[in-house]
Design a binder for this molecule. Structure first.
Ligand SMILES: Cc1cc2nc3c(=O)[nH]c(=O)nc-3n(C[C@H](O)[C@H](O)[C@H](O)COP(=O)(O)OP(=O)(O)OC[C@H]3O[C@@H](n4cnc5c(N)ncnc54)[C@H](O)[C@@H]3O)c2cc1C
Length: 486
């Protein structure tokens, strides 16, 4: 079959690889000049900035992808485990999260009497959830509820704590507010308010604290380059600067993609671009599956203000990954989730990959990526918004590390919520798709196979299994097996 893949993010690349492996003739169409989607990069004045993901978690998912295609991670990049994994700045102290588990237990014991035993119990249960999810639901296409009726899944469902909120679950087991924040941070950045996310997602804490935080030397874009090599080895064509403008459909079958100056006949389409955009902008309205009401009621993951900064000199107090939780935590959550405004005293994250990898900045300079989670759908900037937040970030870095970078910034680029719309056609400017709420999990997510068009399939962070690099790699594999087994 001739298969067209729309979008070259992780999901599109993964789908292209698995489909081409089965012998299909696959072509990838990407609107931007370069491939990688949210995981693109840019270079400027000797700096290499990864534009999106910076946390490399669940290394076995990457290894499996390469192995499935006769290769291995080592053939594409050197993977190093970070130690400490990351640090958190609280108002009154700084905490380093060691890679070594025994040392981590000591950190928890110091934060709360009995914290080590509690963490052991918490992570034992998190492992059960992780294993249950990875061997079952994460690999299923979510076509219907009945998919989950497998003895192994039903048995493990008892451990999943589907109805309890993550926030409640964590608070039942730990008293320390610092521990609450430590355990909730992956939810805050990748999901939504911990009060809306099921306890099931403590599996992310297992990924963090047991499986570790890793880094591909050369930057996260090395992974995209590895994927590109694999996909090209099957003879897949890439078309960049090629936005798809419409999908033409005849009698329930998609038969062509319309580009600006061309129409491409196709036997089947896999859309890895944002789901809402494909459905609403590329299809005629009589073929929409979901109503405005449906989309408006979706709980989107946060958007973000991102800064890419090249800084002269060193910043000794920073590690590779740094969480600035030195302002009231709940206030930021409430502002972005309930009040839906720009956060006044934001929590933010700083990645400083030049701490590990000298290749991403010129000698004597630091490479900083700053991310402030914001309300999805809040797209209109007020005057001076960017500089306002830069000033806050610079002030907080100075407060926590004693280093003033205000006069040392030699490269400065912002990526704002509106850029997610312009660059990726992202619904409400979402950075990470749909929030992982219970009502948006598995078969309750937008469907992988279009209800009214036989040969239109979806992959990526708005469908199963969800947002994040490992899930979107799996999403590409799942959609390919759905097609290959159809
Ligand atoms: C700032 C940021 C930080 C993140 N940090 C992490 C992290 O540390 N770790 C982690 O695991 N995950 C992280 N994530 C999440 C992860 O990056 C994403 O879930 C994943 O990369 C999404 O892949 P995707 O294929 O679903 O979508 P995308 O990467 O968005 O790919 C979709 C592609 O479709 C293209 N497209 C859109 N419309 C069209 C059209 N009409 N025609 C042709 N092409 C089109 C887009 O240009 C894009 O290239 C982060 C995301 C962001 C934004």
């Amino acid at each position: 079959m001739n298969i067209s893949v729309i979008g070259s993010g992780f999901s599109g690349l993964s789908a292209a690889a698995y489909l081409a492996k089965k012998g299909h003739k696959v072509s990838v169409y990407e609107k931007n000049e370069t491939i990688g989607g949210r995981a693109r990069m840019f270079t400027q004045d000797g700096f290499m900035f990864d534009m999106g993901p910076s946390w490399y978690w669940m290394p076995e998912v990457f290894e499996k992808f390469f192995k499935d295609h006769g290769s291995s991670v080592n053939e594409h990049y050197d993977l190093v485990r970070l130690d400490p994994s990351y640090q958190v700045f609280f108002e009154d102290e700084k905490l380093e999260i060691p890679a070594d588990y025994e040392s981590l237990l000591m950190v928890f014991e110091k934060l709360e009497k009995g914290g080590a035993d509690k963490l052991n119990r918490f992570l034992q249960s998190a492992k059960l959830k992780y294993d249950a999810a990875m061997t079952g639901p994460v690999k299923l296409p979510g076509m219907s509820f009945t998919e989950l009726f497998q003895p192994k899944i039903v048995k493990s469902a008892l451990h999943l704590k589907l109805t309890q909120s993550f926030s409640e679950y964590v608070r039942k087991q730990f008293n320390s507010s610092k521990i609450h924040q430590l355990l909730e941070f992956p939810i805050l950045f990748l999901g939504s308010s911990p009060t809306k996310i099921p306890a099931l997602y403590s599996m992310l804490n297992y990924a963090d604290m047991k499986l570790g935080t890793w880094y591909p030397m050369g930057g996260m874009y090395k992974i995209i380059e590895g994927f590109e090599r694999v996909v090209k080895s099957y003879g897949v064509d890439f078309h960049t600067s090629a936005p798809v403008e419409a999908i033409t459909v005849n009698a329930g079958n998609a038969n062509a993609l319309k580009l600006q100056n061309d129409t491409i006949a196709t036997d089947l389409i896999v859309a890895g671009a944002d789901y809402h955009h494909v459905e609403r902008n590329l299809l005629p309205s009589d073929l929409w599956q979901y109503t405005d009401k449906y989309w408006d009621s979706r709980d989107m993951a946060p958007s973000a203000i991102i800064m890419y900064l090249g800084v002269k000199g060193q910043i000794p107090g920073l590690l590779h990954h740094n969480l600035f939780f030195d302002e009231p935590y709940q206030a930021h959550l409430d502002t972005i989730n309930i009040i839906k405004d720009w956060p006044e005293n934001p929590l933010f994250y700083v990645s400083n990959p030049s701490k590990t990898d000298p290749s991403v900045a010129p000698a004597g300079y630091e490479n900083l990526f700053v991310l402030i989670p914001t309300t999805p759908g809040l797209l209109n900037e007020y005057d001076n918004l960017k500089e306002h937040y830069l000033k806050i970030v610079v002030g907080r870095i100075k407060k926590q590390t004693g280093v003033d970078i205000s006069d040392r910034i030699v490269v400065k680029k912002f990526f704002m919520p509106n850029d997610f719309v312009n660059d990726y056609n992202a619904f409400k400017g979402n950075a990470y798709g749909l929030a992982n709420t219970l009502m948006q999990t598995h078969f309750l997510k937008p469907r992988m196979k279009h209800k009214k068009i036989n040969n239109l399939f979806f992959t990526g962070q708005l469908t199963v299994p969800g947002p994040g690099v490992p899930p979107t790699i799996l999403s590409g594999e799942i959609v390919a097996s759905l097609i290959n087994n159809n």
